[in-house]
Design a protein around this ligand. Structure first.
Ligand code: HEC
Length: 112
């Protein structure tokens, strides 16, 4: 079977779809009421992976281990660099994400 799509093109296509989906998720209000793992799966996993080690790593062994809770909250709200910000997350949602990111960094979640 000969595919018309090269592996590289397929990868670029998949990356573009992921980026577009992530933007949609970031802009929609559909995360209301979600906390912790559910919120992470919906808003963060696409870019950071279930275990926080893919894409831009924020999990175990990543530079984000050095960030304070306050800095993680700030990063989520504002969105550093090319990361979209999530200014509409409630303090409770931000706290639940900080807890989850700490779990990922401790290796208590995902497949790591
Ligand atoms: C569209 C992709 C995308 C999504 C969605 C996304 N991030 Fe990021 N995130 C990034 C990128 C890219 C960076 C690195 C930004 C830079 O430093 O330039 C980053 C950086 C971070 C950092 C490190 C910040 C720092 O100051 O070093 C944390 C923590 C983080 N993201 C958490 C999250 C959480 C939690 C969510 C979900 C609410 C999330 N991200 C959603 C792409 C994304």
């Amino acid at each position: 079977m000969k595919s018309t799509l090269s592996a590289t093109r397929l990868l670029i296509l998949v990356a573009a779809i992921i980026a577009a989906t992530a933007l949609l998720v970031g802009c929609s209000g559909s995360t209301e009421g979600l906390l912790g793992q559910e919120l992470y799966n919906k808003s963060c996993e696409l870019c950071h992976g279930a275990d926080g080690r893919r894409g831009t790593p924020i999990g175990a062994g990543s530079p984000a281990v050095e960030l304070s809770d306050e800095q993680i909250r700030g990063a989520i709200t504002v969105g550093p660099g090319t990361m979209p910000g999530f200014p509409r997350f409630s303090p409770e949602q931000l706290d639940s994400l900080v807890t989850l990111v700490r779990d990922l960094q401790a290796g208590n979640a995902g497949d790591g």
